[in-house]
Design a protein around this ligand. Structure first.
Ligand code: SF4
Length: 120
């Protein structure tokens, strides 16, 4: 398997070409600094993403609250995490930093509120 990965660590946007399989890398080129090499390796072997979204809130001064994952989640689990988030029905008040879903899908990562919704 081989992949061209655009490095997003800095604005230069180097294209990193990686060859290997799910467990190891046999060749990596195109990076121009050690941070880019580390990014290319991680993105090839275990890509992760920080998730941001909103959830419904009942009884508050807003019907939605912003949220995010407290850390990076495996890219392959993002869609299933979004389903969990869309099923949420919160009740006001919600405060920034509240843990809305602890350890989502057993990833060890919490989903936390990044906004406030006051109770009406
Ligand atoms: S490889 Fe290095 S220089 Fe190139 S985009 Fe990534 S961080 Fe920037």
């Amino acid at each position: 398997m081989e992949k061209d990965i655009i490095c997003t660590v800095c604005p230069t946007g180097c294209t990193i070409h990686v060859v290997g399989d799910e467990k190891s890398i046999t060749s990596i080129e195109g990076f121009t600094c050690p941070r880019g090499k580390a990014y290319g390796e991680a993105e090839f072997l275990a890509p992760v993403r920080t998730l941001t979204s909103t959830a419904l809130v009942e009884g508050g001064d807003s019907v939605l609250v912003a949220l995010r994952s407290a850390g990076p989640l495996p890219k392959g689990k993002i869609m299933d995490c979004m389903k969990e988030i869309h099923a949420l029905r919160l009740t006001a008040p919600v405060s920034c930093g509240d843990v809305l879903i602890p350890n989502i899908l057993g990833t060890g990562v919490d989903i936390v509120a990044t906004g406030n919704v006051a109770k009406l």
